[in-house]
Write a new protein. Structure first.
Length: 262
C-alpha cells in the first residue's frame, strides 16, 4: 500500500484509503496517522479488516492497488466534525457513516436487512438443547473432571508445613478481600513473629522473612560470618546493597564500552 510522506507523522487528521483502479475510498480519522496506517495494513493482510467491502476489494485487487492519503489536517476539537463532513459523501468502503467509534449504535437496520438476519438465524439452536444425559454418561463426566479446578489456583494449594525462606507455614488464616487464601506463618530466626501472608506472596518469593535476612546482609560485623559475595570480584560485600548498585553501574558501563577497564 502506497502512502504519502506526511503519513509517517503524528497529529489529528482525516485520512482515506483509495482504490487506484476505481477510485472508491474508505474514510477515517485518527490522532496518529502512521499508527493507523500500519493498523489497517496489518488487518487487511490478515483478512480481519472491520470493513468487509474494503477487505474484499483488497483481496481482489491486491495491496499495490491502494493508497493511504491524508485528506485534511485537523485539531483534536474538530476532528470528528470534519470526518463527518466527508462521511456524508457516502464513501464506498465505509460500513458506518457516523463519525466516532465504529459500532452499529444509532444505526437502523432496513426491513431487508432484518429479513436476511432472521433467515440466517432460523433453525439454529444449541446442539445440547433437549438432550438428557444418562447416569453412566454423568459418571464419566464426573470422573473426567475429578482433580481439575478452575479459577484462582492460589485458593486450591495447601501450603501447611511448607517453608518459604525463613517463613514456616503454620496453617490457614482466612481469606483476603480479593478472595485469596491467607496463611499464618512464623519466622524461624528466633524473633517469635507470626503474621498472616497471602499464598501468592509466599510462592513468588516476595516475602521471605520478618526482615532478618536483610539485616544480616547489610552489616556482616553484626555476627554474620558468610555475607553475600560480590557478583563481580567475588569478595565478601560489607555493604551489600550499595556494593550491588556499584557493580550494576560497572557492568552497564563495560557492556556499552563507556570505560575500558577498572
Amino acid at each position: 500500500m502506497y502512502s504519502e510522506p506526511a503519513c509517517k507523522g503524528k497529529g489529528p487528521v482525516v485520512y482515506r484509503i483509495r482504490n487506484l483502479f476505481n477510485g472508491k475510498k474508505y474514510i477515517g480519522s485518527t490522532m496518529s496517522c502512521a499508527a493507523r496506517m500500519y493498523f489497517h495494513i496489518n488487518r487487511l493482510r490478515r483478512g480481519t479488516s472491520s470493513s468487509l467491502k474494503l477487505q474484499r476489494a483488497f483481496n481482489k485487487h491486491g495491496e499495490n492497488a491502494f493508497v493511504f492519503e491524508i485528506v485534511e489536517h485537523c485539531t483534536a476539537y474538530n476532528l470528528l466534525e470534519r470526518e463527518q463532513y466527508y462521511l456524508n459523501q457516502k464513501p464506498e468502503y465505509n460500513i458506518s457513516f457516523i463519525a466516532g467509534p465504529k459500532t452499529r449504535f444509532g444505526l437502523k437496520a432496513t426491513e431487508q436487512h432484518r429479513a436476511n438476519m432472521s433467515k440466517a438465524l432460523k433453525g439454529r439452536m444449541s446442539p445440547m438443547k433437549g438432550k438428557k444425559f444418562s447416569d453412566e454418561h454423568k459418571r464419566k463426566i464426573s470422573a473426567a473432571h475429578k482433580g481439575k479446578h478452575s479459577g484462582n489456583t492460589n485458593s486450591r494449594i495447601d501450603l501447611t508445613g511448607q517453608q518459604f525462606g525463613k517463613w514456616n507455614v503454620i496453617g490457614l488464616f482466612g481469606k483476603s478481600k480479593f478472595g485469596q487464601l491467607v496463611w499464618l506463618v512464623a519466622c524461624q530466626c528466633g524473633c517469635g513473629i507470626k503474621k498472616p501472608i497471602s499464598g501468592s506472596v509466599l510462592r513468588n518469593g516476595i516475602s521471605k522473612s520478618c526482615g532478618s535476612i536483610k539485616k544480616e546482609w547489610i552489616h556482616p560485623a553484626r555476627g554474620v560470618r558468610n555475607p553475600p559475595a560480590c557478583n563481580v570480584c567475588g569478595e565478601p560485600s560489607a555493604e551489600y546493597y550499595l556494593h550491588g548498585k556499584f557493580n550494576g553501574y560497572l557492568k552497564r558501563c563495560l557492556k556499552h564500552k563507556r570505560i575500558q577497564s577498572v
